[in-house]
Design a protein around this ligand. Structure first.
Ligand code: PLP
Ligand code: COI
Length: 370
């Protein structure tokens, strides 16, 4: 494996078995989400005392590690998710990657893992997207999903923070996250399970949060629902998130449209889509609020006609309307189970910005391939 180019921080060693254009086209047809991977990945090693070493961009493939690696036993694993989009002019730009770099480091700090300098995160991003640019799909709603991962790899069974880590960046061409497209989902309000408790890891994007969510997701499916809605751990009353997404509610108050989302308490993941939508909502003339919302308020506000829409948001699925709510306390429809105009408007505004079809007044898009 001879590097074709290298800097002091990254060697570029292109794959000798990259997919042919025909094979790539076949694999990119209806890629769905997270099933197809590009030809390359970036791997950066860390050792206590030495810090982050030189990374390598190389063929995507299996990684070798000891069965005693700490991640396999004690779960030091964090990840991120962001996207690169084909722009109207054919260039490729990525949406707020530095926000993901910063959130990765907040997760790292919570899991006693080393922080990766933002410049190294962005260098890896730029190198991988540039190398695998032919894998960036072109249609609106399609993108190259970037998945950074950090794991503890020290081969030792004592319970302590690993002294060795790998940062890995992979890329996956993706279409719709939910197989039904943008159809409203039915949700189950979980009162048997909680996602996160105060003092825990809710604000971190760590693997264990997702492992712990799967049984609740299975229960939701058993109740005929697509997704689970999480409540706060203490009162089991206030809405926190929907599955792996943040949630918004739309109210009509005295002729004004108000977009409300649960406040960040430390148990919610601070979504980058959530933050972006709060800003876009204001620009579209909606008032926005971050506060607590109880299940009782959700049900009553819909019954009284004050709440007209609910939707979830995240990088993978962008915006997904919530059409039907089920719980042990009863069930109700939101907006007659249909996609509402505010969700549709925000989704369009965000997608237009991400694909370069609307001006980027925030400087959110980072051009990767000009
Ligand atoms: N909440 C959880 C638990 C998530 O896993 C995600 C996905 O990343 C989000 C919210 C949405 O975050 P973002 O908009 O940054 O993708
Ligand atoms: C999201 O990006 O919205 C997610 O839900 C991430 C998920 C695939 C873990």
């Amino acid at each position: 494996m001879n590097p074709v180019t290298s800097t002091s921080t990254l060697e570029i060693c292109p794959s000798d078995h990259a997919a042919s254009p025909e094979e790539r086209a076949k694999r990119m047809t209806n890629p769905r989400f997270g099933q197809v991977f590009t030809d390359h990945m970036v791997v950066i090693p860390y050792k206590e005392g030495q810090g982050w070493g030189r990374g390598v961009l190389k063929a995507y493939g299996p990684i070798e590690m000891s069965p005693a690696s700490s991640v396999l036993h004690y779960g030091q694993a964090i990840f991120e998710g962001f996207k690169a989009y084909k722009q109207k002019d054919g260039s490729i730009a990525s949406f707020r990657p530095e926000a993901n770099a910063q959130r990765l480091n907040k997760s790292a700090a919570r899991l006693a893992m080393p922080e990766l300098p933002e410049a190294r995160f962005l260098e890896a991003t730029r190198a991988l997207i540039t190398q695998d640019q032919a894998w960036v799909p072109g249609a609106v709603g399609e993108s190259l999903y970037m998945r950074p991962l950090m794991i503890g790899t020290e081969p030792a069974l004592g319970v302590h923070a690993s002294s060795e880590y790998l940062f890995i960046l992979m890329a996956s061409p993706s279409g719709a996250y939910f197989s039904g497209g943008v159809k409203p989902v039915t949700v189950w309000i979980s009162d048997d399970y909680v996602r996160a408790a105060p003092g825990g890891t809710g604000f971190a994007k760590c693997a264990g949060n997702y492992a712990a969510s799967l049984v609740a997701q299975r229960q939701a499916k058993g109740e005929g629902c697509d997704q689970v809605v999480w409540l706060d751990a203490i009162h089991r009353e206030y809405i926190e998130e929907m599955g792996g997404m943040n949630i918004f509610f739309v109210y009509q108050e005295k002729g004004e449209t108000v977009v409300v989302t649960p406040e960040l308490t430390g148990t919610l993941l601070p979504g980058i889509t959530r933050d972006s939508l709060l800003q876009l909502a204001r620009e579209l003339g909606f008032r926005s609020e971050e506060r607590k919302i109880s299940v009782a308020e959700w049900k009553a506000a819909v019954a009284e006609g004050r709440m007209t829409e609910a939707f979830a948001c995240g990088t993978a699925a962008v915006i997904t309307p919530v059409g039907h709510v089920k719980s042990r306390q009863g069930e109700w429809l939101v907006n007659n189970g249909e996609t509402g105009p505010v969700a549709a408007k925000l989704r369009e505004a965000l997608l237009n910005l991400q694909h370069g079809l609307a001006p980027d007044s925030h400087g959110w898009m980072k051009t990767i391939v000009g």
